[in-house]
Design a protein around this ligand. Structure first.
Ligand code: TYD
Length: 210
């Protein structure tokens, strides 16, 4: 855990259809209701680069290199405008995707992991990363019920993304927790909450010990 910041950075990750967005929201609401100062952020953001990314993903008009550059630009804005100020204010930040998505997705599309990590030296490392893991076949079943875009529809690609997530602990120093995303919503929420509260308690203990 880095000591030059007072907040906590928690990231919820998973392939499309894994249920990470609903779990991020549930965790955020629960922390607030317990009086814990929290902030919910997501990427791609609603900023200018985030909007451009969503538009281009819909048309599937991005090369892997272009996508990589845009995700980094969007993230730089998010780090400067939202993440660093919230950490400084001592908040628990819940992120629905972060550079861990770039490692998984752009890594799976052929951008070297070392390059991805090098280009993210500006970004604070997460304290805790939850990977909500589901088989790609299950993701497809869920996605076919929504109207998801072309980018999300490639089975082999999502298999590679899933593998990247399962290997994520090799690439970053953050604590990575892999959860079975086929579990019921509330059970998964309780597991995420339990780990998060334990982590917050540990952080308080270590700060008191300093
Ligand atoms: P998102 O809005 O989270 O989609 P969903 O909620 O449907 O999962 O993300 C849009 C897409 O962008 C998603 O397919 C994952 C991809 N993505 C990347 O490829 N790299 C990144 O760094 C991020 C943040 C997202």
């Amino acid at each position: 855990m880095s000591k030059n910041k007072s907040g906590l950075l928690i990231v919820i990750e998973g392939i499309d259809g894994s249920g990470k967005s609903i779990q991020s929201q549930l965790l955020y609401q629960e922390l607030l209701s317990r009086g814990i100062p929290a902030e919910l952020l997501f990427e791609p953001t609603e900023g200018k680069y985030g909007k451009l990314i969503r538009k281009k993903l819909k048309n599937a008009s991005l090369t892997p290199e272009e996508a990589f550059k845009l995700f980094v630009l969007d993230r730089k804005e998010n780090v400067m405008k939202n993440i660093l100020p919230a950490l400084k204010a001592g908040k628990v930040i819940i992120m629905d995707r972060y550079y861990t998505s770039t490692i998984a997705y752009q890594g799976a599309s052929g951008i070297p992991i070392q390059k991805i990590l090098k280009e993210h030296q500006f970004a604070p490392e997460p304290d805790l990363v939850f990977i909500i893991d589901i088989p790609v076949s299950e993701a497809f079943k869920r996605l076919s019920k929504k109207n998801s875009d072309a980018f999300e529809k490639n089975f082999d690609f999502l298999e590679r993304v899933r593998k990247m997530y399962l290997d994520l602990h090799k690439y970053i120093n953050s604590k990575v927790i892999i959860l079975d995303g086929r579990k019921e919503l509330s059970q998964l929420h309780n597991e995420i909450l339990k780990y998060t509260l334990e982590f917050i308690a540990k952080k308080h203990e270590s700060l008191e010990g300093e």
